[in-house]
Design a protein around this ligand. Sequence first.
Ligand code: 5GP
Ligand code: MG
Length: 179
Amino acid sequence: MVVDPARLEPLFTSDAIAARLDSLAHEIAGTMPSNFVAVAILKGSFIFAADLIRTLTAHSLNPEVDFMTLASYGTGTVSSGTVALLRDVEVEIHGREVLLIDDILDSGRTLAYARRHMHEKGATAVRTCVLLDKTAGRPDAMPPDFAGFRCPPSFVVGYGMDHAHKYRGLPFVAIVKGD
Ligand code: 5GP
Ligand code: MG
């Protein structure tokens, strides 16, 4: 299925995202120790993670950075409900504090899986940071430790997030209308 660009409705502009990242980095700098491990969950978080990690550096934090690829969506707009680990981290997690970075927290299954995985590897603390918090997807699940924006229960693309592998390069977040 291909989304017509005319069906994209901007939700968060690149200026709004940049301003929020700065305050988010300030919050994170006040909480995380200097030697934490930042684990970005691919693929959707790659642009958010890149910008956030650079902003953290501007706030004098210099985390080790690694990546984990998890999948639950395939090419559709509805989660399959099961999380698959496609690529694991390489850095030593044992005895470390971890900040998981993801694009969206929806049902919470993806971050719950990643959190459990980090604890199994011996992390001493695992915190979560998401760009978008879709609170409607999980009325009774755990909130993220750090969140950029609350997001309506619509399917969104851009700023790293895709629809069937497209639109990741948009510099803003947009709602796919009619979904
Ligand atoms: P959860 O496991 O919390 O239900 O879903 C989180 C994952 O689903 C995120 O990592 C994200 O990749 C994906 N996701 C959830 N909502 C959206 C959306 O509106 N657009 C896109 N592109 N991905 C989404
Ligand atoms: Mg994702």
